[in-house]
Design a protein around this ligand. Structure first.
Ligand SMILES: [Zn+2]
Ligand SMILES: [Zn+2]
Ligand SMILES: [Zn+2]
Ligand SMILES: [Zn+2]
Ligand SMILES: [Zn+2]
Ligand SMILES: [Zn+2]
Length: 371
């Protein structure tokens, strides 16, 4: 970290506008003014469910960022973080009495949308709310890249690795629904560490890139009969490398690029509704980078911005979503410094944001490397 910078109260308050711009970066370019419906099924977007309009017992529905602000202001909203291939439901048949203020010509339902219990405010295999008033255990919530449910770290059937390189998680239930993923797991995700064998797990078990490439592209010479493109998955299946098939699997970065994309495998993935696994742009990381790159122009060296940058993505999202409340609280917070004649440091601001966060989820991987 660079040395602590100091900033005056006035400086910080003048950053409001920039903070707003940073907010749109965090939301991956999600538009906070226009309903995303006309874009169709959006590859990935920030989504919300409204407990006021579509409570449990009825049909699940999700609304886009702009609708959460403009059509459901003051409602009881669940933050769903991001989900893929979703079209905004705001004001459609599932909403009795509420009209979307932003876009009127919507179909009655969006038949390709997928819903799970998150849309009713419950998460994980234990089906609990988050935050959970009856749960005193400090734990993180991790999103399965396949079913997109959020699971407690302690309900994954394995130790959550510390290694930030192991970014994407697939829950046990999704693994078992798609058994070929276990074959990839045996080669790409390293030996499993089950809960019983709890030990200090860093990146020791992540296969080195060279090892993985060796397995995926065996160096043996091809015979004439094998000139046609071969299936990497078949090669892996033949190689006998095994792993215990239980618990969630954490995958190293760029694992998706190692999956076989031969015609047969593409068909298999498509039939399983998993074609997105062949698409690096589907990852949350790609989504965030998209938001960041569109915002690069605005990046300066002011401490408020870098403080926001250093938060994990859930903290960022929460801050952005409660932006107006936060702005008031931030001003109050800064007033205390002014009253005491103290300067505000970027550390103070970082601390403020951290206290704002009520959820603790998996931290942003960012550009870190494992030792
Ligand atoms: Zn909308
Ligand atoms: Zn509502
Ligand atoms: Zn709306
Ligand atoms: Zn749980
Ligand atoms: Zn899952
Ligand atoms: Zn294949």
């Amino acid at each position: 970290m660079c040395e602590e910078q100091t900033v005056s109260l006035v400086d910080v308050l003048e950053e409001d506008e920039e903070l707003e711009e940073e907010a749109s970066a965090v939301l991956g370019g999600s538009d906070s003014d226009s309903c995303s419906y006309p874009q169709g099924y959006v590859k990935r977007q920030a989504l919300y469910a409204c407990n006021t309009c579509t409570p449990q017992g009825g049909e699940a529905a999700g609304v886009c960022l702009a609708c959460s602000y403009k059509c459901h202001e003051g409602h009881d909203l669940y933050e769903l973080y991001t989900k893929r291939n979703f079209r905004c439901d705001c004001g459609n048949r599932k909403f009795s009495g509420l009209q979307c203020k932003l876009y009127h010509e919507k179909d009655a339902v969006n038949s390709q949308n997928k819903y799970n219990h998150n849309f009713f405010g419950v998460y994980c295999t234990c089906r609990r709310p988050y935050p959970d008033p009856d749960d005193q255990v400090e734990d993180e919530m991790i999103q399965c890249v396949v079913c997109e449910d959020w699971l407690h770290g302690r309900h994954l059937g394995r130790v959550v690795p510390d290694c930030v390189e192991l970014q994407e998680m697939i829950c046990e239930s999704c693994m078992n629904k798609n058994p070929f993923l276990w074959t990839y797991a045996a080669h790409l995700a390293g030996p499993e560490v089950l809960v019983e064998e709890r030990r200090d797990e860093s990146c020791a078990n992540v296969p080195k890139k060279a090892e993985v490439d060796d397995v995926i592209e065996p160096s043996c010479k091809r015979s004439r009969e094998e000139v046609e493109p071969s299936c990497r998955l078949k090669v892996l299946q033949a190689s006998q490398q095994k792993r215990d098939q239980s618990g969630a699997v954490f995958w190293p970065s760029a694992w998706r690029s190692k999956l076989c994309s031969c015609i047969t495998c593409q068909a298999q993935l498509s039939a399983a509704g998993l074609s997105f696994l062949l698409d690096e742009l589907d990852t949350v990381l790609a989504y965030e980078n998209k938001g960041k790159s569109s915002e690069q122009v605005h990046q300066g060296h002011d401490p408020l911005m870098s403080a926001l940058d250093n938060l994990n993505r859930v903290q960022q999202l929460e801050i952005i979503h409660g932006y107006n409340d936060m702005k008031t609280e931030l001003k109050d917070f800064l007033q205390t410094f002014a009253a005491e004649g103290k300067v505000v440091t970027s550390e103070d601001i970082r601390h403020f944001f951290e206290q704002q966060s009520r959820k603790r989820r998996r931290v942003d991987a960012g550009p870190f490397y494992c030792s």
